[in-house]
Ligand binder design. Sequence first.
Ligand code: ZN
Length: 459
Amino acid sequence: MNPFYNPIFLSKILNKYLFDINRLKNFNEKELNNFRDKALRNIVRYAYTVPLYHDKYKKAGVHPSYINKIKDIEKLPVITKEDIKKYYPNGIISSKTKKEKLLEISTSGTTGKKLEIYQDMYDVVQWFFNHIRVLREHEINWRKDRLTIIADLAPHTIESGFIMRGLLGNLNSSFFRNMQWLNTNNKPDELIKEINHFKPDFLGGYTGMLGHLALLKEQGYGEKINPKVIASTGGVLDKNLRKLIEEVFNAPIFELYSTTETGIIAFQCRNGHYHVMSDLVHLEILKEDKPADSKEPGKLIITKLYGNGTPIIRYNAINDIVAPLYEKPDCDIIGDLIDRVYGRDDLALYFSNGRILLPSSISEIYSRVLYELKTTILKDTKIIQNNMNNIDIELVFDEKQKESSLNFEKVFSVIKKGFEEKVGSDVDIRIKKVDKIHRKMSRIVTKINKKNFEIKQYI
Ligand SMILES: [Zn+2]
């Protein structure tokens, strides 16, 4: 039976709706801690019915009864991508859960390695509520305001799973009349026409797409697109790109940090703090297996504190480098804070003296083409690092814009200059134009042996 037509399920949703969304404002610190402790106990007990976790915990000699408080989480072994792959499909869900009630979701294949996990209808609802929480913080009414969401609606992504198969597939679509769902895989010049027609109060999308749209608007397209606020996700918003988007749309932009496995991890409030969804996820940010200091980049190990699909507990496969912030914010949202998301460390480049260049810094370099040359001609790119002093960069240009007066050499020189400023001029950077890059391959490849590399500095 479709769970959305089940009255018990619906009443549970409504109960959740009334309180859960404002939990980080309604709770005090003590209530939040108690809530988190209890959520962890429940999820660990549940995970013990999932073969993958059962086996791992048995082998490590831990039992759910050892876990009482969040700090006990360190007693549990970490889980890797390989663990999930090894136990997929039946070993990553509870024997108590019927598989028909679950949605199979693929994690993003940015490195070419896909991973399948299961989530259920509560995850769908929670995912939706988490977005409403963030919208509310930015004074957007999800029932009344007009929302444009540019999502990745390729098959098997979390968005297409949740929206097309989950929510829109189940609820009467008139329920979502004030929402415009667009596919980020479509062309920016087509999207801007649709958005212009819809006239949204809120615009949410991937960082790169928002940059494209800002440039198009600056060129005179999309004059009716005047949102009150913009949300950026899936990429790093450096300060120049942020400035461009905010100026062109004349609206503030905030960032959402989320992953397929866990949903929203953190969001920026209207004061710009980066708040962790501490009632729903627990973050461990480790440097050499010890908690990182405030503002110090470390590796993220994540635990999702709810759900009936594949449990995500001490999951060491997001591969993100994140810096925590141990400060008390001057706003009414409680829970943890992060300082910055640096991006994935399995997509990094390595240089002399322990210097490492993460995707966040690489995208800073590429976004200069957008705001310095005011062009969206750059369609795709691949970086191959041969050794610490030699990088090959391949660029794909938009053939349609070939006629434009812009010459490729200018793009080459902006990128080359950007890299040189980061890594020094002793690194040889060779750039060439190619016709295409295979989508399944990783965009950033390094031949440096990371095992012998001691990280000293993120550049
Ligand atoms: Zn805040």
